[in-house]
Design a protein around this ligand. Structure first.
Ligand SMILES: Cc1cc2nc3c(=O)[nH]c(=O)nc-3n(C[C@H](O)[C@H](O)[C@H](O)COP(=O)(O)OP(=O)(O)OC[C@H]3O[C@@H](n4cnc5c(N)ncnc54)[C@H](O)[C@@H]3O)c2cc1C
Length: 397
């Protein structure tokens, strides 16, 4: 962790972030690693909170160089996919062996100076310092969405809390309680499977039916293998919930219309007609003692049901992620996409010449979707893809 690669104290490139996107920028990008300083609060994947959970992607979908088999050889014989701990080690070692310099620090601000950028850092020991760069790539990732404030005040948690507490062996937040999970994707499905063994019952409230990949959906971001357990639990528990001698955890999946909170009471509504698929039909009222709905409107065949849970419940948010960026006026002033990520073009260029984005903070949803920013892209007028108001970028070469 040195600055030997900087010329006169100014780096050719500073990459902010030590996750998979930061490593891909270093190892596959257009600046030699020896001329790069990586500044990261933590080195390793942002998925580390998943602990020993097996990742959805296969080893070759997660490699950080162009060398097929690089990660596979780090796995135990017979494993197709790494767990998050194994992947974390691979990301960390991959960066530390890349030849780039690495500093553990949080970037507190980025400003332009006459020649490029000045970044203000705070180290883990609280020391503040500045580094200078010709160009900056933000690879700062994303963070799970938090429940709205009033839900948080009422005890709702985000799904990453479930993973973090499970790695400590702690299930006290949901043991014996009714769990209500808001979310439709893999995080919702997989969190349900993790909470089910200790919970009284689990209800996933989705805004749409996503489907299993590749059997029910061609979208590779649809439900992946670890979600299959929850899929099976929904069907199996509809037959066996509460029956002895097996105690199959009770899990339901409903496409819902509304979810509200009133004091201690959580209330949701759903329609029969949008829940007639595999999971919905196994989750409708009267399938087991937990599924007690009241018809609030509609007639036979198109009933709208309402269910409530009281203080003996916990609500979990599993509704996706928000991009993360360093604080400061420069970044706050830039235009954004509808998902909150910074507007950029296909080369990762933002509205500020010399400032780039890559990885989850650039809307790239998986490791094998991650492409390094092209920091040496020649000066061309690239029209904006998504945001019409996006300014044409002048690139420092
Ligand atoms: C539950 C879950 C499961 C997933 N499973 C898969 C999967 O199986 N396969 C797949 O391809 N993708 C998966 N993803 C998506 C995956 O997380 C991303 O593809 C990938 O981790 C994004 O990498 P990244 O480097 O952009 O961000 P991250 O890995 O989050 O890295 C961000 C880095 O930026 C640093 N940082 C942030 N702010 C600052 C700052 N101000 N100063 C300094 N450093 C900062 C952080 O410390 C960290 O080092 C999953 C995501 C989730 C949430």
């Amino acid at each position: 962790m040195s600055e030997s690669g900087s010329r006169t104290g100014r780096w050719r490139l500073v990459v902010v972030g030590g996750g998979s996107a930061g490593v891909i920028q270093v190892r596959q990008g257009d600046v030699p690693p020896q001329e790069i300083l990586v500044v990261a609060e933590r080195v390793g994947t942002g998925m580390a909170f998943l602990g020993r959970t097996i990742l959805q992607s296969y080893a070759d979908e997660l490699i950080l160089s162009r060398r097929s088999g690089e990660l596979q050889s780090a796995l135990a014989v017979g494993e197709l996919r790494p767990n998050a701990d194994e992947y974390d080690t691979y990301v960390r070692e991959s960066l530390l062996r890349s030849g780039a310099s690495v500093t553990l620090a949080k970037v507190m601000d980025i400003q332009r100076d006459e020649d490029g950028f000045v970044l203000s850092l705070r180290t883990p020991g609280g020391v503040r310092r500045q580094v200078y760069a010709d160009a900056v790539v933000l690879a700062t990732g994303s963070t799970p969405r938090r429940p709205p404030e009033d839900w948080q005040a009422a005890g709702a948690i985000s799904y990453d809390t479930v993973y973090r507490e499970l790695t400590q062996g702690n299930t006290s937040r949901w043991a014996g309680l009714s769990v209500v999970i808001a979310g439709a994707g893999n995080s919702a499905m997989q969190t349900a499977g993790l909470m089910a063994p200790a919970a009284r019952d689990v209800t996933i409230l989705a805004n749409r039916y996503v489907g299993m990949y590749p059997s029910e959906s061609d979208d590779r971001f649809a439900w992946r293998a670890p979600s299959q357990l929850t899929y099976e639990l929904v069907a199996k528990s509809s037959r066996e919930c509460g029956r002895r001698p097996w105690r199959v955890p009770c899990v339901r999946h409903l496409v819902h219309d509304s979810l509200d909170m009133d004091g201690d009471t959580v209330r949701w509504r759903y329609r029969r007609e949008v829940n007639l698929g595999m999971l919905g039909s196994h989750s409708l009222p009267d399938r087991c003692r937990h599924a007690r709905g009241t018809v609030v409107s509609g007639g036979e065949g198109d009933e709208v049901w309402e269910e409530t849970r009281g203080h003996d419940s916990v609500v979990v948010w599993a509704t996706g992620s928000n991009p993360v960026y360093p604080p400061g006026e420069l970044l706050a002033s830039l235009s954004r996409e509808p998902d909150g990520s910074l507007s950029r073009d296909e080369y990762g260029r933002t509205g500020v010449p010399g400032l780039f984005v890559t990885g989850a903070c650039a809307g790239q949803r998986s490791v094998n979707d991650t492409v390094p920013a092209r920091t040496r892209t020649p000066l061309v007028a690239v029209p904006p893809k998504a945001a019409p108001e996006f300014p044409v970028v002048q690139v420092a070469v």
